[in-house]
Ligand binder design. Structure first.
Ligand code: UDX
Length: 445
């Protein structure tokens, strides 16, 4: 029998916090989960999670005997000496991160927090650690340790990412704190980067900004490919085989979304701006992403002329497949643009229900019960989220649509299959099918 693992605390059991809590509980730790939302805590204590995440609820149920839920910080610090801070840091109107919830956590630290280690998992601007250190010291909590431990979890594979991270980043000013945290991750991480707090904070922002830059870069390459008759998928494949570039995050489409990339890119640009540096490249990454969401409207107009009175079906509302998360999803901008152009818009997503869609989309957008229902009588179908099941429906589209036009915003469909199904087809940065055949290229990319 191995020695019992040390009890841990998690402050804020939203998506990051809950994944962190159940993953550590699964490793054998007792985990004390603190949140201000009593209703959420009660549901979690019954093994129920509102969060749509692979394996999360099953792991929650399995680890319930080691999970403790409370809204009283004294309970957490009475039991645990290491507390992961996972509260949200949403963007403010200026693009800065709103740190009020982090500050509330520090303000609510009880005397029993003495000697504990606060570990920041929330994404925060560089310099937050130093700032919080001052706040802690000013409160006489100089005996509370502080470390940065950013998360790099992807929605839909968050638990798998947690259990097999490419690297774990730990920023600490005290070597003992870094060692303590490294020991927690030793069972799952082959690579642990120990560094100072500001560098750890920057690694998180710079990583997401770089990935977002890759996407905007390949999206611009796709746009040029359309002009010059090249295929972006061929180009990305050829580029990605260079080990300095790599294959990932080179999928062209109608832009990135989600709760992290848009927020973190804006936060890094803002952070640089606040210190007097204009981050030119990131300004372009943001602008390219915004334009990319709108380009589909131009494609539709090229085929249909004015969109006034035209029926357009949006397939996919979530920012990516395998999630119902619509935050910053490309569907939001596209739906709003189409409504503004006078189109009648119907949308469908296998994971998004009517109530959730209504929170993000203009009220004029109708929500269909199935993808094919959305396509009924449509002049165009636009694929916005690459749910694989959409592939199977292409053959049934022509009979249901008024005009058989498919705009594939994620290059999900084989153009030859679309043509065989009698559809006019356009992807992103793809060579039109007749030109591909004439050039002797395979139909698929
Ligand atoms: C991302 C980061 O990957 C993760 O490390 C961080 O902690 C949180 O943000 P996530 O938001 O779950 O994770 O989404 P991800 O799978 O990375 O995709 C982000 C967006 O980029 C999606 O809208 C996706 O469609 C888009 N994308 C991704 C592309 O358009 N092309 C690509 O090649 C890859």
């Amino acid at each position: 029998m191995s020695a019992p693992r040390e009890p841990l605390g998690v402050i804020g059991v939203g998506w990051v916090g809950l994944v962190t809590a159940v993953a550590f509980a699964d490793l054998g730790h007792e985990v004390w989960c603190l949140d201000i939302d009593r209703v959420k805590l009660d549901a979690l204590a019954c093994g129920k999670s509102q969060i749509h995440e692979a394996d999360l609820e099953a792991t929650l149920v399995r680890t319930l005997p080691r999970l403790h839920f409370t809204d009283d910080p004294a309970d957490l610090f009475g039991a645990a000496r290491v507390a992961f801070v996972c509260v949200d840091t949403p963007p403010t109107a200026s693009g800065d991160a709103d740190l009020s919830r982090v500050e509330e956590v520090v303000a609510a630290l009880p005397p029993s927090a003495a000697g504990a280690l606060l570990v920041m998992k929330s994404t925060v601007p560089v310099g937050t650690g130093a700032r919080l250190r001052h706040v802690l010291d000013a409160r006489g909590l100089d005996h509370v340790g502080y470390a940065s431990n950013p998360e790099f979890l992807r929605e839909g594979s968050a638990l798998a990412d947690f259990r097999a991270p490419d690297r774990v980043v730990i920023g600490a000013s005290e070597p003992a704190d870094a060692e303590r945290l490294s020991a927690l991750y030793a069972p799952i991480a082959d690579c642990i980067v120990v560094t100072d707090v500001p560098s750890a904070e920057m690694i998180k922002l710079a990583s997401n900004a770089f990935l977002a830059t890759k996407i905007s870069f390949i999206n611009e390459i796709a746009n040029v490919c359309e002009e010059v008759g090249a295929s972006v998928e061929e180009v990305a494949r050829g580029m990605g085989l260079d080990s300095r570039i790599g294959q990932s995050f080179l999928k062209a489409g109608i832009g990135f979304g989600g709760s992290c990339f848009p927020k973190d890119v804006a936060a890094l640009k803002q952070l640089a701006g606040n210190s007097g540096y204009h981050f030119q490249l990131l300004a372009s990454v943001i602008e390219v992403n915004s334009m990319q969401k709108r380009r589909v409207v131009t494609k539709l107009q090229r085929h249909l002329g004015s969109l006034r009175g035209r029926r357009v079906a949006i397939w996919g509302m979530a920012f990516k497949p395998d999630t119902n998360d619509m935050r910053e999803a490309s569907s939001i901008v596209l739906a709003a643009r189409l409504v503004a152009e006078g189109a009648t818009v119907t949308a469908y997503d296998p994971a998004v229900d009517v109530a959730l869609a209504a929170r993000y989309l203009p009220p004029e957008v109708q929500i269909a019960a199935s993808a094919l229902e959305a396509a009924d009588g449509a002049d165009a179908v636009v694929i916005v989220t690459e749910w694989p099941q959409f592939r199977e429906l292409v053959g049934s589209l022509r009979a249901r649509m008024a005009t058989p036009l498919l705009i594939d915003g994620r290059n999900l469909i084989d153009p030859a299959a679309a043509q065989a199904a009698g559809l006019a087809y356009e992807g992103i940065g793809r060579i039109p099918l007749p030109a591909r055949i004439a050039a002797g290229l395979p139909a698929g990319s």
